[in-house]
Design a protein around this ligand. Structure first.
Ligand code: REL
Length: 853
């Protein structure tokens, strides 16, 4: 039953290419400016003055203030800000166009400023003598340069939002002679605060009095520190422009580009129509009032913005079925006329987007078009699977393409808005597709309440900054670096492992979708997933105990809480399952399990309360999202404990002799009882897809392992993701798995795929092919039926697509399973060859690994 990896799947040439690529990738992390100790090659920042031209942009002045605060946080001494260079050491900050200081420094020091000319958000940091010069090609470029320095001085972008401690140092030493230049690759990189009640709404009300400029100041600073530039503000009963007239001023001060969400045209929050709208949200019957409403939105939004255009139904609903493309095109035309009239510039000079969200994509597919300067914002399916991407041969559009992605969602098959359930391995793989297929203008992600999405937000914005810098093999290292920034280097790799693990577990199924039936008792799957979570909790707790007191609050928020909360949740549903089984089979223990459920249910609230009490209640209400007691897609009004049944009689209150095992064995169907262990082994082979025996590459197409991608182990996919579809057979790209079977005759192979969608909307969908020994490869589509909403719901709820093929095994013994590439971008996680009866389980049978030598 072995899948054997060949000794040397890589040639020497491939290996040296790999090493070169790895060095290049490593080199693209920002060069270090700071040293731990003084030396001849460093200068001290003691007594430093920050210099800014007072006529430079407001954002530059603001960035200087942030740096002033940051240096004080580290050294305890607040540097002064001056308009001229009076003493050394000095940090000079400014933009190319508006800073006389930068112009002078450029001449005097021969800074390579021309490299910044006409760059979008580029910066240059140069250290020499006793000075640091930070020059921006524009206002945000200068700010990013400042925040790069801050980060290197030890200020995490999350210092405020997650209480990450700043390590105090008496002095700071800057390396001399370093030049660092950088600029983003994706033009607009942002977050969408959404689904913000009850958690963020309650919290912001308590701490700031609502979603006002004081709240947004914190958000804008965070976005800048993460090198993002774009925000869709909170809109659940909130209206950025209307709620506080200072919101827009704050956006200007921090240089953040504002948009309204995909279904809120012309800078008007949806809630404003509820507040002020006259008549129906219907262009056919109420054109005049709608135009007036939109004109008001444009007149008010004098700040830097991207204007959403188009129209959906009232409140994020589809338009009526009869809505004609012609009407929608007219709406866009009229909206652009308003934009022109208000801005007194051609419409093409105001950045706009049209979001192909849900049914709007159908309008596009049926031929509706908008002018070329408008960015087409392509969307995921709300579950992290991109629905559409430009074809490689598509004529480029002036406005280009963007992506609207989700880390949080309210809608079917179920809301997921409590914890972080987004493994970055999948985010990377999907956004890599977006990058390679040239959706590069806007990347925006729905982050719910911001917390607890700290880690995936960091990743999304870092990846958007430079997708070429983070390759498929860099994700663990990325996570380690992130952990090191928050908690220091000592435990970074263990913390990274915990983060990867808990997101992988949560990615298998959103906690809101979990119940007693998710995992199987009969195959010991339930026991295994609970053990795994508890093991992780043990590790996470031990590391927490080893960290200094100053890191405890941050550690709880960023690492321990999700593990603790989910280990508890898993254990609770497991005990519900045991209680059910004990009841069904009239076995001892039912009441013990029921009591345990009660205890764990209560413990869930205690864990939430623990979060709320951190740092003197700074995050009170932030975890108040209901997450137990769902009965359909929408959240319940309040949590309720899963039902358990008590039994009468003394048996009910004692554990079975064999412990919980007796209950599980009893729940195995009679057909396999007695033989279960042998049957499972004899009835097939389960192989992690990356554990191939031989990989057959071609000069243009190589198999790429995606580490830690998927529900169980890793995954594998052909690279580049833009490769042309292949006809399977002969030496076309494929993977071979040597297996051994004890039986013969009919067999089936279940192939497990990441739920990638048919993003080029082809008739056949994404395809793979499969064969055993010399069979002709069978070509199978992984997503032909994705128009069926029930099928799609199953894929996203289970976070897997499973396709089955039928085969005939000629005789017991050795065989070769061949998995062939047909379409690019198909990501396979696991193959299960079934030759006999197998018990169903959620994750499928664990890998049958024998004899790897
Ligand atoms: O997740 C989404 O994209 C949508 O459901 C939201 O944008 C939508 O606006 C919803 O929060 C409320 O209207």
């Amino acid at each position: 039953l072995a899948a054997r990896q060949s000794d040397s799947p890589l040639s020497l040439k491939q290996l040296s290419l790999g090493i070169t690529l790895c060095l290049l990738t490593m080199g693209s992390y920002a060069q270090s400016l700071v040293d731990d100790k003084p030396s001849n090659n460093t200068f001290s920042l003691a007594g430093v003055v920050i210099c800014v031209d007072p006529r430079d942009e407001a954002l530059v002045q603001q960035a200087a203030k942030c740096l002033q605060q940051d240096i004080e946080m580290v050294t305890g001494v607040k540097p002064s800000i001056s308009s001229g260079i009076t003493q050394q050491p000095v940090i000079i900050i400014g933009t190319l166009a508006s800073s006389s200081l930068i112009k002078a420094a450029g001449k005097e020091r021969k800074l390579p400023l021309t490299a910044l000319q006409n760059k979008w958000e580029g910066y240059l940091i140069q250290t020499a003598g006793n000075r640091i010069v930070i020059a921006g090609s524009d206002r945000r470029g200068a700010a990013y340069g400042v925040f790069e320095l801050s980060k290197q001085l030890g200020i995490s972008p999350w210092y405020w939002w997650a209480d990450v401690p700043v390590i105090k140092k008496k002095d700071l030493y800057i390396k001399k002679g370093v030049t660092l230049t950088d600029a983003p690759k994706v033009k607009y990189r942002g977050i969408f605060i959404n689904d913000e009640a009850p958690a963020l709404s309650g919290w912001s009300k308590e701490k700031f009095g609502g979603f006002n400029h004081l709240f947004y100041e914190k958000v804008f600073e965070l976005i800048l520190r993460l090198k993002g530039n774009y925000l869709w503000p909170a809109m659940w009963g909130n209206a950025f422009y209307d709620d506080d007239s200072l919101n827009i001023k704050m956006a200007d001060r921090y240089g953040i580009v504002i948009g309204t969400s995909h279904h809120e045209p012309l800078m008007r929050a949806h809630d404003e129509w509820r507040r002020y709208g006259k008549g129906k949200w219907n262009y056919d019957s109420n054109e005049v009032k709608l135009k007036e409403f939109w004109r008001g939105g444009m007149q008010r939004a004098t700040n830097e913005k991207i204007v959403s255009i188009g129209m959906r139904g009232d409140g994020d609903e589809p338009m009526s079925r009869q809505t004609a493309t012609a009407l929608l095109e007219r709406i866009v035309k009229d909206q652009r006329q308003i934009i022109e009239e208000v801005t007194r510039k051609p419409a093409s000079e105001t950045p706009q987007l049209w979001a192909l969200y849900k049914e709007v994509q159908d309008y596009y597919d049926k031929g509706m078009r908008v002018p070329d300067d408008v960015t087409l914002l392509l969307c995921d399916d709300n579950w992290g699977n991109i629905r559409k991407l430009p074809k490689p041969d598509e004529t480029p559009r002036k406005g280009g393409y963007g992506i609207y992605y989700h880390f949080d969602y309210v809608g079917g098959p179920r809301n997921y808005k409590w914890l972080n359930t987004n493994p970055i391995a999948r985010v990377w793989e999907q956004m890599h597709l977006a990058w390679e297929y040239k959706a590069r203008e806007i990347w925006i992600v729905n982050v719910g309440d911001i917390k607890p999405m700290e880690f995936p937000i960091s990743f999304f914005l870092d990846y958007a900054w430079n997708p070429d810098a983070i390759g498929p093999a860099d994700l663990q290292r990325y996570t380690e670096r992130w952990a090191a920034r928050q908690f220091g280097a000592a435990y970074a790799s263990q913390i990274a492992d915990i983060i990867s693990r808990y997101t992988k577990y949560n990615g298998r199924r959103k906690p809101e979708l979990l119940d007693a039936n998710t995992y199987s008792l009969a195959t010991y799957e339930w026991e295994k997933v609970v053990d795994d979570y508890n093991e992780l909790l043990k590790k996470a707790t031990a590391i927490g105990q080893a960290l200094p007191a100053a890191s405890q609050d941050a550690y709880f928020q960023l690492v321990l809480h999700p593990v603790k909360a989910c280990a508890n949740l898993y254990e609770m549903y497991y005990n519900v399952a045991l209680n059910k089984a004990a009841n069904a089979h009239d076995l001892p223990g039912a009441n013990i399990y029921a009591d345990k459920v009660k205890e764990l249910y209560a413990n869930d609230s205690i864990i939430t309360a623990q979060y709320h009490s951190l740092n003197n209640g700074k995050w009170n209400q932030m975890m108040s999202q209901t997450h137990i007691g769902y009965t359909y897609w929408q959240q319940p009004n309040r949590q309720s404990m899963p039902e358990v049944k008590y039994m009468t009689g003394t048996n009910a209150s004692r554990l079975p002799d064999g412990g919980e095992k007796d209950v599980k064995v009893a729940s195995i169907p009679a057909s396999v009882t007695g033989h279960v262990f042998y049957e499972v082994e004899l009835s097939g082979v389960s192989i992690g897809a990356d554990h191939y025996t031989r990989a057959i590459n071609t000069p243009d197409i190589k198999w790429q392992v995606l580490s830690d991608h998927g529900r169980t182990g890793a995954a594998i996919t052909p690279f580049p993701v833009t490769a042309k579809p292949q006809k399977p057979g002969g030496n076309s790209p494929h993977l071979e798995y040597d297996i051994y079977t004890f039986g013969k005759g009919e067999a089936s192979i279940n192939a497990y795929f990441s739920p990638t969608l048919n993003f080029h909307n082809t008739a056949e969908g994404l395809q793979y092919a499969i064969s055993v020994d010399d069979e002709a490869p069978q070509i199978i589509s992984i997503n032909k039926e994705d128009s069926n909403v029930r099928t799609w719901e199953k894929w996203v709820a289970n976070n897997i697509i499973i396709k089955t093929s039928s085969h005939v095994i000629s005789q017991p013994g050795r065989h070769v399973v061949k998995y062939w590439m047909v379409s690019p971008a198909v990501v396979v996680q696991k193959l299960v060859v079934k030759t006999g009866k197998q018990e169903d389980s959620y994750l499928g049978p664990p890998e049958t690994r024998l004899n790897r030598d």
